[in-house]
Design a protein around this ligand. Sequence first.
Ligand SMILES: C[S@@+](CC[C@H](N)C(=O)[O-])C[C@H]1O[C@@H](n2cnc3c(N)ncnc32)[C@H](O)[C@@H]1O
Ligand SMILES: Nc1nc2[nH]cc(C(=O)O)c2c(=O)[nH]1
Ligand code: SF4
Ligand SMILES: [Mg+2]
Length: 236
Amino acid sequence: MMKIPVMEIFGPTIQGEGMVIGQKTMFVRTAGCDYSCAWCDSSFTWDGTGKSVSKQQQDIIDELKSIGGQSFSHVTISGGNPALHKGIGDLVDLCHGEGWKVAVETQATFWQDWLLNIDDITLSPKPPSSKMTTDFVKLDRFMEKLTDANASMKIVVFDETDFKFAEDVHLRYPTVPFYLQVGNDDTTTTDDAYLVSNLLKRFEWLIDLAVASPVMNDVKVLPQLHALVWGNKRGV
Ligand SMILES: C[S@@+](CC[C@H](N)C(=O)[O-])C[C@H]1O[C@@H](n2cnc3c(N)ncnc32)[C@H](O)[C@@H]1O
Ligand SMILES: Nc1nc2[nH]cc(C(=O)O)c2c(=O)[nH]1
Ligand code: SF4
Ligand SMILES: [Mg+2]
């Protein structure tokens, strides 16, 4: 089995974003990303400020059990970009062997066949404000392989240009469940009162855009619930 570079393992907490928002889950956060989004809230996974440890799949399972005890049945793998790591396939199989469901968060730039075994797949192509460029030809090929999977799109929106990008993505993949997510433009503040009021204002702004858009009639608009509850704290 190929080892996996792990940044952190934490939980149980609730999934704060997207298609299974509110779901009790453990998190495994892998190291390394092929992107470097301008506003990444997990930049410690790729900018050299965090420390990762290369781990065997069974050791990750043991750590999940020792941290989470009997109090979970769902594991979310995020990063960084977890799809950079082939070894996650064996981890997913071991999780399923334990009777746990597995979710993944990725920006959909790298394909891995283990994606077909994931219970909840969240794909998050990046809008212009991230300064990353989405290769739609590549994304088309990626999405074709997931036709029968339980996959969703989640686009983070910071401004009107991002919203237009989100509309384009939704129109391109109209049958894929679609989520709009509020962008957090201050991922370092510890002033939770300021952060929450700022995020709620942005949430209202995003709701207003979605409500007015005939393209966005069948979408869900969400904040990052964990940011509203715990601010920018890590490991929650
Ligand atoms: C840290 S990323 C890791 C997974 C993968 N690299 C990705 O981007 O999908 C997890 C989720 O957080 C979102 N995200 C990152 N920074 C954010 C921010 N400042 N505000 C809102 N969402 C953010 C990403 O778009 C992604 O959906
Ligand atoms: N509670 C909680 N929910 C999350 N949803 C996506 C997260 C991520 O960083 O990928 C995340 C996270 O870090 N914490
Ligand atoms: S793709 Fe995800 S982890 Fe990578 S830089 Fe962007 S938000 Fe951060
Ligand atoms: Mg996060």
